[in-house]
Design a protein around this ligand. Structure first.
Ligand code: B12
Length: 244
């Protein structure tokens, strides 16, 4: 079934835009914004806001209509379908099915200095109202921080007999994340331990299909919550242990 954007009435095709053009605000600035949206194929353009935010830039909020629609069933991809449980259910599931703590080691690898993403998933206080993995009584979680060499991450994962390795990659300039992520896979393969771990990567420009292409088990993107990750890890580790 084709669906279309909803603004005021069902199927009206109305979309809200906010954008900035590098032009000085002037009496014709609103028309510049309007004609820009018309060039993109939108009609019934209404400029709700047109403000100079700097001597050289104008900011717009606009509404406009599209005739386009999309059939969600025709959109195909390698999406990660996680059955998200609640905090207590994840702990009970691990305790009952695995019969021991699930061990996780995580880091932002190599040159990547961004800690906030991996902290959001692992640190006790968590993210967006969800506790991080450290808070789960049935998860033994070690967050190694950022700029951790792949060799050190693997050494620690082996020492702790980890079930899962969590990797964060935020910087993607010049595809540096592809190099780092490939480096880790190659190291695991060279050491003959790739299959020992559930290998997960996350970051603002990561998705599941991309992670799978690189040889990871799962990829998590922007706005991931620790609960989604905990649910995935619990189910995947139990499945691999043949105890599902
Ligand atoms: C804070 C920040 C910094 C801080 C980091 C401090 C710290 N302790 O982390 C500092 C100032 C150090 C910094 C440095 C740099 N930064 Co910076 N930084 C940011 C900023 C503003 C916010 C990032 C953030 O904290 N987001 C909040 C967290 C919660 O979101 P998140 O990372 O997406 O994490 C979520 C998901 O992605 C996912 N996730 C993330 N990791 C993982 C891991 C796993 C296992 C899982 C399951 C999920 C998961 O779950 C999280 C929660 O939902 C962003 C811009 C932005 N607004 O995003 C730029 C940004 C990421 N930085 C950028 C850049 C370029 C840099 C520098 C290279 C700048 C420079 N030239 O020096 C350096 C990097 C140095 C280095 N060696 O890495 C660019 C990256 C561009 C790109 N695509 O490559 C951005 C996008 C800014 C920009 N628009 O240019 N940065």
């Amino acid at each position: 079934m084709i669906v279309r954007p909803y603004g005021d009435t069902r199927d009206d095709g109305v979309i809200q835009f906010s954008f900035t053009l590098p032009i000085t605000h002037s009496p014709k600035a609103a028309d510049v914004g309007k004609q820009f949206l018309e060039k993109l194929g939108f009609h019934d353009v209404a400029i709700a806001e047109c403000t100079g935010i700097d001597p050289r830039f104008t900011f717009y909020v606009a509404y406009a209509r599209t005739d386009q629609g999309i059939d969600p069933d025709e959109v195909k991809g390698d999406y990660l379908e996680v059955e998200v449980m609640d905090f207590y259910a994840v702990n009970d599931f691990i305790k009952e099915k695995l019969g021991r703590k699930l061990v996780v080691v995580g880091a932002a690898i190599e040159t990547d200095a961004h800690t906030v993403g991996i902290d959001a998933i692992m640190n006790m206080k968590g993210f967006a109202g969800h506790y991080g993995l450290e808070r789960y009584p049935q998860i033994d979680a070690l967050n190694m921080g950022s700029q951790v060499p792949c060799t050190q991450l693997l050494k620690t994962a082996l020492e702790r007999n980890a079930d899962a390795i969590l990797v964060s990659q935020v910087v993607t300039q010049r595809n540096i994340h592809v190099q780092h992520l490939t480096q880790l896979i190659e190291l695991l393969e060279a050491e003959g331990v790739r299959e020992r771990f559930v290998l997960v990567v996350g970051g603002p420009r990561i998705n599941n299909a991309f992670a799978k292409e690189l040889g990871y088990d799962a990829g998590f993107g922007p706005r991931t919550t620790p609960l989604e990750v905990a649910s995935f890890l619990a189910q995947e580790v139990v499945r691999r242990a043949g105890k599902a």
